[in-house]
Ligand binder design. Structure first.
Ligand SMILES: Nc1ncnc2c1ncn2[C@@H]1O[C@H](COP(=O)(O)OP(=O)(O)O)[C@@H](O)[C@H]1O
Ligand SMILES: [Mg+2]
Length: 327
C-alpha cells in the first residue's frame, strides 16, 4: 500500500497539475510495492505511468496552456533562444523583500490596462543581481509562466563572440522583436560582456555593445518584460541602474528559506522529526541551488539505501558535501 505521505503527495501534485511530480510519486509507490514482493501491482503501476507519459495527457508546464513560442527565424535565429521552463511560482523560495518585488511586477503586468487608463505603465525593465544559484534565471521563468508569456533567452556573450563587429546591428534586431512580440526576454549573465577582456576580445567592441544595449533598453517602449541578470553587479556602471524600472537583489537563503527549500524538495518523504536547527545551521552560506541539489542527493540516499526514509543526518551529510565543493 502507498503510504499516507505518498497519497498526500499524489493529491497535491494533481491539484497543482504538476505532472512530473505526480508520475514520480506514482513510480515511488510502484518501487515500494516491488520491494514488498507485490511485483504484479508494481509492474501494472509502472506500465500505466509509461502509457500516460507517452500520451502526454497534461502538458509539461503543469497543465497550464503553454504559450505558443515561435521559433525565431531568419536573422534572429541563433540570437534568441525560446526556453520552456517548468519553473513554478510555488517552488520559488525567496526573502520577503525579493518576493514582494516580483509580486509587484506580476500585479502591475496583470493590471496593465487599468494602469494605462490613467497613463501609467507597469514595471517591465528589471535588473536581477545576486550570487549564482539564488534563483535569478528561475524567477525570470516564473514571471513568464505566471504571465503566460513566452520566454526568450539572449546570451549577450554568445552574441559578441559569434557576431563580432556586427553585434550592435544584431541587438537592433532583438529589440525589434521585443517590440513586435510581447514576451519575457532574459539577458542572462549579461555582465559577462563587461568582464571578459581576454586577448581574443576586443575591448572597444565590448564597450560599444554594452553601450548600445543600454541605449536600446532605455529607448524601448514595448509591452515586453525585459530582465537583465548578473552575478557581478559591482562591475556594472552605476549609470546603468537608472535604465531599469526595478532592481531586485537576490541573496543566499536564510534559515527560514532553507527550511522551505528542503521541505519542498523532500515533499515525498516524511519530514516529521527532522532537526531543523541543525539543518539550517549547516546550510548557512550555501545558495538555494546548492541546498536543492543537496536535498536531491539526500533523497537518492534515502531511496537507494534506507527504504525511502529520510533523516537529519542524511541531509546534513549532503549539505556538508556541497560545502566541500565550494572550498
Ligand atoms: N530561490 C530559489 N527557490 C527555489 N529554487 C531555487 C532558488 N534558487 C535556485 N534554485 C534552484 O537552483 C536552480 C538554479 O538556479 P538559477 O535560477 O539558475 O540561479 P541563478 O540564475 O541565480 O544563478 C533552479 O533551477 C532551482 O532548482
Ligand atoms: Mg542564472
Amino acid at each position: 500500500m502507498a503510504t499516507a505521505e505518498q497519497i498526500k503527495a499524489l493529491l497535491k501534485s494533481h491539484a497543482e497539475r504538476d505532472e512530473q511530480r505526480f508520475f514520480s510519486v506514482a513510480l515511488q509507490v510502484a518501487a515500494k510495492e516491488a520491494r514488498q514482493g507485490h511485483h504484479k501491482l508494481a509492474a501494472d503501476i509502472k506500465a500505466m505511468v509509461e502509457r500516460s507519459q507517452r500520451s502526454g495527457s497534461l502538458s509539461v508546464a503543469g497543465g497550464k496552456p503553454t504559450p505558443l513560442v515561435q521559433q525565431p527565424k531568419g536573422e534572429l535565429k541563433g540570437l534568441l533562444e525560446p526556453v520552456h521552463s517548468p519553473a513554478r511560482n510555488s517552488e520559488l523560495i525567496l526573502s520577503r523583500e525579493v518576493r514582494g518585488r516580483l509580486e509587484q511586477v506580476l500585479l502591475e503586468q496583470r493590471q496593465r490596462e487599468r494602469l494605462a487608463a490613467f497613463g501609467l505603465f507597469p514595471r517591465r525593465k528589471l535588473l536581477f543581481t545576486g550570487p549564482p544559484g539564488t534563483g535569478k534565471t528561475m524567477s525570470a521563468a516564473v514571471l513568464a509562466n505566471e504571465l503566460k508569456l513566452p520566454l526568450y533567452l539572449i546570451v549577450l556573450d554568445n552574441l559578441i563572440t559569434r557576431f563580432m563587429g556586427e553585434t550592435a546591428a544584431k541587438l537592433r534586431l532583438i529589440f525589434d522583436q521585443i517590440k513586435q512580440t510581447r514576451a519575457v526576454y532574459l539577458f542572462d549573465e549579461f555582465d559577462a560582456i563587461g568582464t571578459q577582456r581576454g586577448a581574443q576580445n576586443d575591448v572597444g567592441e565590448i564597450r560599444r555593445v554594452l553601450n548600445s544595449f543600454l541605449l536600446f533598453v532605455e529607448q524601448d517602449a514595448s509591452e515586453s518584460v525585459i530582465v537583465a541578470a548578473t552575478n557581478h553587479p559591482e562591475l556594472l556602471d552605476k549609470a546603468l541602474y537608472r535604465r531599469f524600472d526595478d532592481i531586485v537583489r537576490f541573496d543566499k537563503p536564510g534559515a527560514e528559506q532553507v527550511r522551505l527549500l528542503v521541505e519542498n524538495r523532500l515533499a515525498m518523504f516524511n519530514a516529521d522529526g527532522l532537526a531543523w536547527d541543525e539543518i539550517t545551521r549547516v546550510a548557512d552560506g550555501l545558495s538555494s541551488a546548492e541546498v536543492t541539489r543537496a536535498c536531491e542527493d539526500a533523497a537518492k540516499e534515502a531511496v537507494l539505501y534506507h527504504d525511502a526514509t529520510i533523516t537529519t543526518s542524511m541531509i546534513v551529510k549532503a549539505l556538508e558535501y556541497r560545502k566541500l565543493g565550494n572550498q
